[in-house]
Design a protein around this ligand. Structure first.
Ligand code: SF4
Length: 369
């Protein structure tokens, strides 16, 4: 029997069980075939905040367009943004393109295998660095994402708030002690896969979990109470009104050059000020930003869309210019409906597009008859 004064014995992390489970059960995802540091890097960037099923077709298309960093570095902005359109969190692709350019300039187009160098590239935070460096170069760095935080919180029976950075750092330190140097990438991917497939947020399937025998949450009946996550404040809702300005069968669009939608094309207009009507907001924004007066016609669409940190409700009106047309250029164009469809657009504009195109087509038909 253990004497009362002895500290409790440390549990052995079930490493062999985890890796055997991974060897048997990993999903054959596209980025796990034909492994390369570039493919791993792109997949990890896409997978941040985005579901696997959503990422798969984007990843496949992206790899056909940009099979190496040099191809992304050389690509035109519109081609790059179009390849990312709909994935959201556009800062990710802007960082990836800047990083690809640096990889070409400083590393001859090869992804650097030194964590100290890799982590200096745009967008390469602790998670991306650990994931790419462990999977592609066998550096024993734990990659801690939301799945891993959940698995480890339950495994340890921890009530610490997993939204806190300090807790993420703590989990990283804990895993640094158990990550096997001979299979660090497999270890990281196995924990993430376990969180995605078995230790899921709502219904963990403990009966099929390789960590079950040593899991505290399971033993204490806390699996549905853990992990603890502090509440997020609800994202603000923003009212926006935009104009589909038409002239001689073409539509006016401008390219954003700031904010999180930087690089995407949109219809002129913007956010409503307090007490302002939608039409007044469109007129004000078009005068301020394009120096053009409009005659606003009928409403074409009302769409709602959730971005990463806010939701918008966007009203779309047809309009025609009343003053001389603004000069077009790199960030302002008149486009045909077909060209409009091929441009990279923000989610709300893309959602409104079918109603806009249908409305314009109908008007053309009416004019002809
Ligand atoms: S035993 Fe259950 S709660 Fe514990 S890690 Fe496995 S799936 Fe999660």
């Amino acid at each position: 029997m253990k004497p009362a004064c002895m500290p409790p014995r440390k549990r052995r992390f079930p490493l062999d069980e985890l890796l055997s489970w991974w060897d048997r059960g990993r999903r054959p995802l596209p980025w796990r075939r034909e492994r390369s540091a570039w493919r791993t890097w792109v997949s990890e960037v896409m997978l941040q905040q985005t579901r696997v099923e959503t990422v798969i077709p984007y990843f496949q298309r992206f790899m056909l367009l940009f099979p190496a960093p040099a191809r992304l570095a050389d690509a035109a902005d519109d081609t790059v943004m179009k390849a990312w359109e709909g994935l959201g969190y556009y800062q990710r692709i802007r960082n990836l393109q800047r990083a690809a350019t640096l990889v070409v300039e400083s590393y001859g187009g090869e992804v650097p295998g030194n964590p100290a160098e890799f982590t200096l590239l745009p967008g390469a935070g602790p998670y991306i660095t650990a994931a790419v460096m462990s999977i592609s170069f066998k550096h024993p760095l734990p990659a801690v994402d939301g799945n891993v935080l959940r698995v480890i919180a339950r495994y340890r029976g921890s009530r610490a708030d997993t939204r806190q950075t300090a807790q993420r750092d703590r989990v990283r330190r804990i895993l640094a002690r158990v990550i096997p140097p001979e299979r660090p990438g497999d270890f990281n991917e196995a924990l993430m896969e376990l969180g995605a497939l078995v230790c899921t947020p709502r219904k963990p399937d403990c009966g099929h979990c390789p960590l079950a025998a040593a899991c505290r949450a399971r033993r204490l009946g806390l699996t549905t109470q853990l992990p603890v996550r502090s509440r997020r404040t609800a994202p603000p809702q923003i009212d926006v009104a935009v104009a589909v300005v038409t002239h001689l069968g073409k539509i006016l669009v401008r390219r954003r050059s700031d904010g999180h939608l930087n690089g995407l094309w949109e219809f002129p207009g913007g956010r409503l000020l307090a007490g302002e009507t939608r039409k007044d907001a469109i007129l004000r924004k078009c005068r301020e930003e394009l120096n053009v007066d409009l005659r606003i016609k009928e409403k074409i669409a009302l769409v709602r869309h959730a971005y990463s940190h806010f939701r918008i409700q966007m009203a779309v009106y047809r309009a025609i210019p009343e003053t001389p047309l603004p000069p077009t250029g790199e960030n302002l164009r008149w486009v045909t409906p077909a060209e409009l469809e091929s441009l990279p657009l923000p989610g709300a504009n893309r959602k409104a597009l079918p109603a806009i195109l249908e409305g314009l087509e109908k008007r053309e038909e009416e004019k002809r008859s």
